[in-house]
Design a protein around this ligand. Structure first.
Ligand code: ZN
Ligand code: ZN
Length: 421
């Protein structure tokens, strides 16, 4: 075995995974139940209750109510590394359109990002690690995190003393279900998920009758010019080899055709991977918003208010190499890929940056391989395969759960100390 290949011996891994077929039906039931009962960020009371009960049934040391609805569990099993396994559990304000028999029962709320799958897989992995504790030594800590979608849950749990309660980890491991074929696992070393900056911008004009532009400073035209000019930030100020996304997701002004309103409001979402690019984009946004406002003759400077932020998620290169070596050995070389950088964001990285532990965060497939192959052959995979946050997002229950449980268990055993049972 090379230095990076610290994969658990196949015999040890298969001994721990042997119990999985007995738990599959129960895990599928759990997944359908969670999927049918989604809850929005920081309001995940029922979900946290289900998780807490399951963890107690496993005889783990459980703490609920961390950072709001967060739940953590500790399984101390002798000397050895302390491994943090993380699953998030909030849902989104999306009206489900899958037509599945276990579709959401909550109006306008859906597990459209697959966090119900993450909870199911982590509980499945914990069940195996508890039953197979004779095969390993160390401490497994499990973190069930609220409010990932609004970027507040990880920080809230840390601010509420998470590491005082469960100890400081030696490694942070997490996973996300993605629109890849089932059986595929992907991980990108280095900056893997983008930083997000969300901004609310208020432009101040001067309202008047729609027939009298001479009496007004029109914030609608100001907003339109600002939106167009903001499109030049990425195309004209960011180097070709760098990545940035700037989306104006909302533009609101006015009520009626013959009234020039007082104000206009823009909502921006910015994605970047490095501090210099982030600083360039944020400075350009400020310059353009203020400049367009001034060019329009506004009597008051615009307000630029940050409304949300995610740091970039950086995967530790050695941690990725070590974990992926184990995945290649278990799933097969052809089932492990580097998906490149994702412009999506994830607050899981905060557990690593705050504790100083290396991080390995991977994605695993939830799409029927035949469906995926046909769409890819037609060149329409990006458009036709429902992705996370789509009202049609519907991971295959199996073999997705099995793969997610196996990935989490394999990764954990790669970092724990192994012993002959
Ligand atoms: Zn999401
Ligand atoms: Zn997500």
């Amino acid at each position: 075995m090379s230095d990076t290949d610290r994969s658990p011996e196949p015999s040890t891994l298969s001994a721990v995974l042997a119990r999985l077929p007995q738990t599959q039906d129960d895990l599928a039931d759990l997944y359908r139940d969670l999927h049918a009962h989604p809850e929005l960020s920081f309001a995940e009371a029922r979900t946290a209750g289900v998780i807490t009960q399951r963890l107690r049934d496993l005889d783990l040391e459980v703490t609920a109510g961390i950072g709001g609805t967060g739940v953590a569990a500790v399984l101390a099993n002798g000397p050895g590394p302390r491994v943090l396994l993380r699953a998030d559990f909030d849902a989104l304000p999306v009206q489900e359109q899958t037509g599945l028999p276990y579709a959401s029962t909550a109006e306008g709320v859906m597990h459209a990002c697959g966090h119900d799958m993450h909870v199911t897989c982590l509980l499945g992995a914990l069940d195996l690690l508890v039953a197979g504790r004779a095969h390993w030594s160390g401490t497994v800590t499990a973190v069930f995190q609220p409010a990932e979608e609004i970027g507040g849950g990880a920080q809230a749990m840390i601010d509420d003393g998470l590491f005082d309660r469960i100890g400081t980890p030696d490694v942070v491991l997490g996973q996300h279900v993605a629109p890849l074929p089932t059986g595929m696992v992907g991980c990108h070393p280095g900056p893997a998920f983008a930083a997000t900056d969300a901004l609310k911008i208020t432009l101040y004009g001067k309202g008047a009758h729609g027939s009298r532009p001479e009496a007004a400073i029109d914030p609608v035209v100001m907003a339109a010019a600002t939106v167009m000019r903001l499109q030049t930030v990425v195309s004209r100020e960011i180097a070709g080899g760098e990545t940035a996304v700037l989306t104006v997701g909302a533009l609101n002004a006015g009520t009626k055709d013959n009234i020039i309103p007082d104000t206009a409001e823009l909502k921006l979402n910015i994605r970047t991977f490095t501090d210099p690019v982030r600083a360039t984009v944020l400075a350009a946004v400020k310059r353009i918003v203020e400049g367009e406002s001034q060019a329009a003759g506004a009597t008051r400077a615009p307000d630029i208010e940050p409304t949300g932020t995610f740091p970039v998620l950086v995967n530790n290169e050695d941690a990725v190499a070590r974990t992926l070596a184990a995945f290649r050995r278990h799933f097969g070389e052809e089932h492990v890929l580097d998906p490149g950088q994702a412009t999506g964001s994830e607050d899981c990285g905060i557990f690593a940056t705050t504790s100083g532990a290396p991080m390995c965060y991977w994605i695993f497939g939830g799409t029927d391989p035949d469906t995926y192959r046909k769409a890819q052959e037609a060149g329409t995979a990006d458009r036709d395969i429902p992705s996370n946050h789509s009202p049609h997002f519907a991971p295959l229950i199996e073999p997705t759960i099995t793969n997610g449980v196996e990935a989490m268990t394999t990764a954990a055993l790669t970092w724990l100390a192994l012993r002959q049972a």
